[in-house]
Design a protein around this ligand. Structure first.
Ligand SMILES: *[C@@H]1O[C@H](CO)[C@@H](O)[C@H](O)[C@H]1NC(C)=O
Ligand SMILES: *[C@@H]1O[C@H](CO)[C@@H](O)[C@H](O)[C@H]1NC(C)=O
Length: 157
């Protein structure tokens, strides 16, 4: 237990030094029972990982010029990290966030973007000319309580 408290102490010290919120903020962190953690490996079929993979392709599709939608085909590895508590809204709430780090493959489907189909119904391309896969690394930041999701990092090659 002691190292965790030491870490929280350090966090508050930094807030103090940088002129952050007052002591009340620190006691809220203690009460929340949420500590920032190190990234942990998580099963690739974990529901949270699958949702993060889907958000990754949604972001990819939103950014690509391809006429077809891409879909996640395989998650090679996944890690999750409990993020430092963040303050949200007024009155201020301290909420626990999760950051997923995914190494996954995505492939071109037969669904055209313009038809706005549900990805669940989209099969991968079978035509050899059109088949394409990318390996991607993404970071997906989730605040489960607020249903907030962001994909701040996405690299595909
Ligand atoms: C998709 O892109 C549009 C315009 O670039 C943006 O406003 C929207 O938030 C994006 N949606 C997602 C889910 O990334
Ligand atoms: C595969 O796609 C290419 C490009 O759209 C098309 O010209 C070709 O006829 C397709 N082949 C088959 C077997 O559908």
């Amino acid at each position: 237990m002691r190292p965790a408290w030491a870490l929280l102490g350090l966090c508050c010290l930094i807030w103090r030094v940088t002129g952050g919120p007052s002591g009340d903020f620190c006691s809220q962190i203690h009460n929340s029972g949420v500590k920032p953690g190190f990234p942990k490996t998580i099963k690739t079929n974990d529901p949270g990982v699958l949702r993060a993979a889907r958000h990754t392709v949604e972001r990819f599709n939103n950014c690509s010029n391809d006429i077809f939608l891409f879909k996640e085909s395989h998650v090679n590895s996944a890690m999750v990290q409990v993020r430092a508590p963040v303050q949200v809204g007024a009155p201020v709430q301290i909420v626990k966030g999760l950051k997923y780090m995914l190494d996954l493959e995505i492939g071109r489907t037969m669904c055209k973007k313009t038809r706005h189909p549900s990805l669940d119904k989209c099969d991968f391309q079978t035509n050899h000319t059109l088949k394409q896969t990318f390996g991607c690394y993404s970071e997906v930041w989730v605040i489960p309580w607020l249903h907030e999701i962001d994909v701040p990092v996405l690299h595909c090659h």
